[in-house]
Design a protein around this ligand. Structure first.
Ligand code: PAF
Length: 280
């Protein structure tokens, strides 16, 4: 079955409800396009448990700050559609901005207090409101059984799980492990902003996170490790470290404690790219 593309909520709903009336299970993979192996792994994972998989491509203006890369964010829908087709995706929903937000841009927003205000939320004010608002809309537009998000955006995944629970949205949110290049760099659409020289430095982020996790397990102190790790990144050539912290895996608002599952999360600038990553 070749991939179909729809651009309106009405067409999306008609297709999904026809599948559901046949008793088929539907998975949703929201993306902003510029698809790489990480996104395709989300689709492949969805295909393991769902009969039909809908991917969405929407570069959501509400999650970009005024000085961020909304205008230059890579838009490659034709290539993306071919990739989705090649891995067995069934439907692409690629709405225009007006279809998503109406003529006046919409005035309602979804906001996750606390969890949405720390780390990424603190560095990128309004970012998680934009994500939560568009993902709520996508989930209500498609009404899938399951929705799939990468663990690379670990805080985003937590924010989504939280509002889905709070708002009783009838969907199972599934996290999918980060897909990495051979040298450990987490795949990201923004990696293409890196120059060749920066691309060689970039894997230091993952290596540093892994080392922090290891040293913490061996009894290292969180604060000292964060300081050490930040300096490692600067020494390697990163220009600015937004944060590198050890948090409890199931509640990243709280500091990590030894003998409990932890997550080490970081964001740092390398040239034009702001790289984020995390390890367990
Ligand atoms: O992770 C992303 O690509 C975006 O934040 C998402 C979840 C598609 C919402 O725009």
């Amino acid at each position: 079955m070749a991939l179909q593309t729809v651009r309106t909520v009405a067409d999306l709903r008609a297709q999904v409800s026809s599948w559901r009336s046949e008793g088929l299970k539907v998975g949703l993979v929201p993306t902003m396009g510029a698809l790489h192996e990480g996104h395709l792994t989300l689709v492949k994972t969805a295909l393991e448990t769902c009969d039909r998989v809908v991917a969405t491509i929407f570069v959501n203006p509400k999650q970009f700050g005024p000085n961020e890369d909304l205008d230059t964010y890579p838009r490659t829908e034709k290539e993306d559609a071919a990739k989705l087709d090649s891995v067995g995706g069934h439907l692409l929903f690629a709405p225009h901005v007006e279809e998503m937000y109406g003529q006046d841009g919409g005035v309602t927003k979804v906001s996750v207090a606390g969890l949405g205000d720390i780390l990424e939320g603190e560095c990128r004010p309004g970012f998680f409101d934009g994500v939560a608002t568009v993902v709520t809309k996508l989930l209500l537009q498609a009404l899938p059984d399951q929705a799939f998000f990468g663990e690379k955006d670990y805080q985003q995944l937590n924010v989504i799980k939280r509002f889905v629970a709070d708002l009783n949205i009838p969907v199972e949110v599934c996290g999918v492990p980060t897909v990495r290049e051979n040298d450990g760099l987490a795949m990201s659409s923004r990696n293409q902003y890196l120059t060749r020289e920066e691309r060689e430095i970039a894997p230091v982020l993952y290596r540093t996170l892994a080392e922090v996790s290891e040293r913490f397990k061996m009894g290292g102190k969180a604060e000292a490790l964060s300081k050490w790790a930040g300096q490692q990144l600067l020494d390697a050539g990163f220009q600015k470290v937004d944060y590198i912290v050890i948090r409890r895996a199931d509640d990243i608002a709280l500091d990590g404690v030894k003998d409990e599952p932890i997550r080490v999360l970081a964001a740092a600038f390398l040239g034009k790219a702001r790289l984020i990553d995390n390890v367990g």
